[in-house]
Design a protein. Structure first.
Length: 215
């Protein structure tokens, strides 16, 4: 009788969101979090409730409408997601207005990239880009959580985006937008990329080790 073929082990992998949430955790919660990511990947589960919201925000940028699509999406989203959208729209609208006149900005297409932190692949996936009339270009990653982003999460996100900007959106500056509070975070001028890289490499090695023992 032929023995059933064994299931190949899942290769360690993280999205930008998953990895930055991981570095934000401490102690045993890191292992619990990675175990959850591994199970989610094995079951191919996961749902993004923010899809219609991002589409509306991009439409406002693309069509220079200054927030009308954001205002309208609250009324068309499924009722279970309406409170979430109601919490997100004011901050998103404030950020949109902070960019200046609607006609002075345009939507720019970003591309996903695959970063390697040691042996750990991390998917770098900004939500979209913004092109300003003065020539500046920004690659935007939206942050949706109820609590503001920690310094660790912010630095990890911006560093990994900057590291692969040639593939994501050439010559763009990475920006993490805390959408609930309408705040844009840029890489601090005193940031030390070499130190951040070493820190993230250590975090990635630990992530991979936890993943391998979470089977």
């Amino acid at each position: 009788m032929t023995a059933p073929a064994s299931t190949p082990p899942l290769t360690p992998y993280a999205t930008l969101l998953g990895f930055t949430r991981y570095v934000d955790r401490t102690g045993p919660t890191k292992a619990t979090f990675v175990g959850g990511l591994r199970k989610q990947r094995a079951s191919r589960s996961g749902f993004n409730p923010h899809g219609q919201f991002v589409k509306a925000l991009k439409a406002d940028i693309s069509f220079h409408t200054g927030g009308t699509h954001l205002a309208g999406v609250v009324n068309v989203v499924k009722p279970r997601w309406r409170p979430l959208y109601q919490a997100l729209v004011p901050g998103a609208t404030a950020w949109l207005h902070s960019l200046g006149e609607p006609a002075a900005i345009d939507l720019a297409q970003t591309r996903d990239a695959l970063a390697m932190l040691g042996d750990l692949p991390v998917k770098i996936n900004p939500h979209f880009g913004v092109r300003h009339a003065d020539g500046r270009v920004e690659a935007i990653r939206l942050y949706f959580d109820e609590t503001p982003p920690s310094e660790e999460a912010m630095l990890a996100t911006l560093h990994l985006m900057a590291r692969h900007m040639d593939a994501v959106l050439p010559h763009a500056e990475p920006v993490l937008v805390d959408i609930r509070r309408g705040q844009a975070h840029h890489m601090p001028t005193d940031a030390k990329p070499d130190q951040i890289e070493r820190w993230l490499a250590g975090e990635a090695a630990a992530f991979r080790a936890i993943w391998s023992t979470a089977a």
